[in-house]
Write a protein that binds this ligand. Structure first.
Ligand code: NA7
Length: 293
């Protein structure tokens, strides 16, 4: 398929590379020039990238970035023609997604929100899981592209429902990790070996995918970003906004948001979100260390 790929960050670069490897005809655009994908064409603007494309795939930071690459100066909008699909893998506001979908719908263009989970490693290995909102027909047409970049798709309903579900998923990741980080901090302060605590967690119902994944990194104090703290913080804020719009109260997430705010102020925003642990350690006056650290 002819695909315009907009946004070559940690995730987008790997995803566009997977599309090229699967034989699709890809043209890329990135805000900061100089980021290239081997085998793909480069366009000077998002609008130019979208010219003649069947699908415009987005992977940019946030709601404002999506709005600007689609509807801003030199944006995709001027190149939209009937039958095109915009697929958005950025994690953004569900209600803004519905508005964007309505606006491009007037030109006969369908919007599919396709945020994903699987982080940097999933994007590199083409094993992402896509959480999709949009009508069945365009989602079906996108299947070869999903297959090139991921291992599974879950269609959750019409446009916006992918984003809504993604926020509900990240809410859990943030809270589960925070529970793990608080447990490690308390146990260390009370003189328990954190490595032994991790072994116990893994042998009991306390075990979780989040801890399976993050535990080994934390034990080695490796906070290089698989999923940067600043992006998880953005998702937490989006979740709280969506909750406010829907008049839902999320007291635990509100507290975790404050921790992310302070951890960012402490200079951790470009590290992995696992680095929120370092703030708890600072307050407790301890450092969690596994045997390998
Ligand atoms: P990164 O690595 O922070 O990359 C973000 C990308 O978004 C990068 O290409 C940025 O371009 C681009 N960006 C950011 N703001 C804008 C604006 N205003 N206009 C155009 N392009 C912009 O994030 P990830 O790849 O890890 O994640 C991307 C999304 O997937 C995000 O929503 C996650 O939550 C999930 P730059 O190179 O900085 O010029």
């Amino acid at each position: 398929m002819r695909v315009a790929f907009v946004g070559l960050g940690i995730m987008g670069h790997a995803m566009a590379t997977s599309l090229v490897k699967a034989g699709h005809e890809v043209t890329v655009w990135n805000r900061t020039p100089g980021k290239l994908v081997e085998g793909a064409g480069v366009a000077p603007t998002p609008g130019a990238a979208a010219q003649g494309a069947e699908v415009v795939w987005l992977c940019v930071s946030d709601t404002d970035a999506v709005e600007s690459v689609i509807f801003g100066a030199d944006g995709v909008e001027a190149s939209l023609t009937e039958g095109m699909i915009i697929a958005d893998s950025s994690t953004i506001s569900p209600s803004a997604t519905v508005k964007f979908a309505e606006r491009v719908g007037k030109k006969g263009v369908t919007w599919v929100d396709a945020p994903m989970t699987g982080s940097k490693i999933g994007a590199r290995d083409g094993t992402l899981v896509f959480i999709v909102g949009g009508s069945e027909e365009p989602v079906e047409r996108l299947k070869p592209l999903f297959a090139a970049m991921g291992k599974k798709i879950f269609r959750m309903g019409e446009a916006g429902k992918g984003q809504a579900t993604k926020l509900a998923m990240n809410l859990q990741i943030a809270l589960i990790y925070e529970g793990f980080a608080e447990a490690l901090t308390l146990a260390t302060k009370l003189g328990v070996d954190p490595q032994q605590l991790l072994t116990l967690i893994e042998a009991t119902m306390v075990r979780s995918g989040v801890v399976d994944y993050k535990g080994p990194f934390v034990m080695q104090r490796d906070f290089t970003p698989n999923f940067p703290l600043r992006l998880m913080h953005k998702d937490i804020r989006l979740t709280l906004e969506a909750a406010k719009e829907a008049r839902v109260k999320l007291p635990a997430l509100e507290t975790v948001e404050e921790i992310y705010e302070m951890a960012s102020e402490d200079g951790n925003k470009d590290l992995d979100y696992a680095a929120t642990l370092t703030l708890l350690e600072k307050w407790a006056g301890v450092q969690v260390k596994g045997k390998a650290a």
